[in-house]
Design a protein. Sequence first.
Length: 242
Amino acid sequence: MVTGSGLCQNSILGCYGGTVEEPDDQTRDSVRINKQIEDELNKERKKNKNQIKILLLGCGEAGKSTFIKQMRIIHSGEEEGGWTVDEREQYRREILMNVIQCIQILLEEMTGSLDSSLNNTAGRLKELKPDQEKDQAKLWEYRDNILAIWEESAIQETFQRRNEFNLPDCCRYFLTNISRISAPTFLPESKDILQIRVMTTGVIEYNFDMDGRECIMIDVGGQRTERKKWIHCFVGVTAIIF
């Protein structure tokens, strides 16, 4: 008599004279893929333990992007913030775009009159497209007259009324330094980069090292039309700064 404990010592199939089947290719692939997924998840968990993720929220022009640049400069370990040449060239284009925007706003809002010798240059400046590199390059040609326009009493009076219209905060800094920043060989330093004012659209991540830990700062647009994108940024966040 065979006892229950002696039944099926190898497999249930063995009870009925069957054999143990080897897993087919599809089963082996499923096991392999599952193991790869588990390994990736484990790596991600270990990585997240050494990661700080900070989400910056706030209204437009609150200084979120500037704050991130300051953090990057502080933690870069380099005097000039560790900017790459490509980054500095992009910032140069943004600076020249700001210059054109500022001078055009001032000329548009001006109620007085310029010296007659500056009227031709003022007319040409009004026609420039801020985001066009060929127009940005013309600032070097107009640099002396731009400085003269900036120093005109009618423009200074307009600048004093800047609370009445939307004028970028960088206006005084860039127009005062027009001869330096419009030079064809100019590459901005950290002090120039911190003055840039460009509207953030979408969601942008900045990565840098903070005391041996990876820090990810997430910058999102602050305008009303951009705020619906905020909800997608809260996953895995360590802290929120508003």
